[in-house]
Design a protein around this ligand. Structure first.
Ligand code: BV8
Length: 272
């Protein structure tokens, strides 16, 4: 059973009861033939993964993630950037999908098509059971040759590399550095992923936006594409942000609390 909403979770500026808003969102979702869910770092917050904009901790506190997640930073100091991703890989390895990821996966029981467009690189949506996930910004679980010497992307299995203490490890084909298979600032998103994201955002019936500040483009443009195509938009976030003005329903609360309740209500509507 999901945790009941606390009074703090219910505090909604318009004074509208949270349960009523969630019921309104469920009544919108239950009619969707295609639901697209756009997620950001907030959906992994309750797994213990810091969101992208939260001040970094420990030895990474003095670095701005937006500066580190670039080709320039990697070229300038490949060892520093590689170690930052190894640190973040360790956070992901020590964490698990949370009730928000599991609730999004459970939506597939009640709706004909659920497509998750994620900005996250932790793989938690797939681990929680979502069957159609588009990784807009790649995956921290994959590494590739910095030069993509055997085609884009030249993925390399770290576990298959001969032992050695090179940091970053080297490509076994061309000996260039390996890098994480993620999209850095200033790099284009994978073409197929972006094309599909644009298409399903325009063609869906409902887009639910969960845990994103809506700051990073072109992902941040997807809710507007959905809205301008006449599709309903529901947002789940403890804070209002750039997406909120586009939302038909804004569920102000943590995803790990709100989504399990939304799915339970949706299940009730589906069976009635
Ligand atoms: C590109 C992978 C072009 C790496 C990341 C206009 C158009 C196109 C580009 C631009 C543009 N304007 C500016 C740009 C450049 C740039 C950009 O958008 N800059 C921003 C800062 C203005 N975009 C790019 O560089 C993109 N590339 O467009 O290239 C191009 C084309 C052709 C040829 C060459 C170039 C690439 C962007 C991808 C960068 N990579 N990640 C890595 O992770 O290391 S982005 C990274 O930051 C994340 O993936 C994520 O997307 C983003 C952080 O955003 P959020 O996920 O929203 O996280 P954030 O911390 O901001 O917010 C967390 C939210 O959660 C908050 O709202 C909070 O309230 C909420 N929350 C907290 N707790 C909870 C919660 N929600 C629910 N439940 C909770 N419990």
């Amino acid at each position: 059973m999901p945790e009941p909403l606390t009074e703090a979770d219910r505090s909604h500026p318009a004074g509208v009861d949270m349960d009523e808003l969630i019921a309104r969102a469920a009544s919108i979702l239950v009619r969707a033939r295609t639901l697209v869910v756009l997620t950001g770092a907030g959906v992994s917050k309750e797994s213990g993964i810091p969101t992208f904009r939260e001040a970094q901790t420990g030895l990474w506190a003095r670095y701005d993630p937006q500066e580190l997640a670039t080709r320039q930073a990697f070229r300038r100091d490949p060892e520093l950037v590689w170690r930052w991703y190894q640190f973040r890989r360790s956070l992901v390895a020590a964490a698990r999908p949370n009730p928000a990821h599991r609730a999004l996966a459970e939506l597939e029981r009640f709706l004909p098509r659920v497509i998750v467009l994620t900005q996250n690189i932790d793989g938690f949506h797939q681990a929680a059971g979502s069957s159609d996930v588009v990784e807009l910004h790649g995956s921290i679980g994959r590494s590739r040759c910095f030069a993509d010497c055997r085609g884009e992307p030249t993925l390399i299995d770290l576990a298959a590399l001969p032992g050695g203490d090179a940091v970053p490890p080297r490509c076994p084909y061309c000996h260039d550095y390996l890098r994480p298979d993620v999209v850095w600032f200033g790099e284009p998103l994978p073409q197929a992923a972006l094309q599909r994201a644009w298409l399903v955002s325009a063609q869906c019936d409902v887009m639910m936006v969960v845990g994103t500040s809506g700051v990073v483009y072109p992902a941040a443009a997807l809710p507007r594409i959905a809205r301008e195509a006449g599709n309903a938009v529901v947002e789940v976030n403890p804070e209002p942000g750039g997406i909120t003005p586009l939302a038909d329903v804004f569920l102000q609360g943590p995803a790990g609390t709100v989504l399990p309740i939304l799915v339970r209500m949706l299940g009730g509507l589906s069976e009635s």
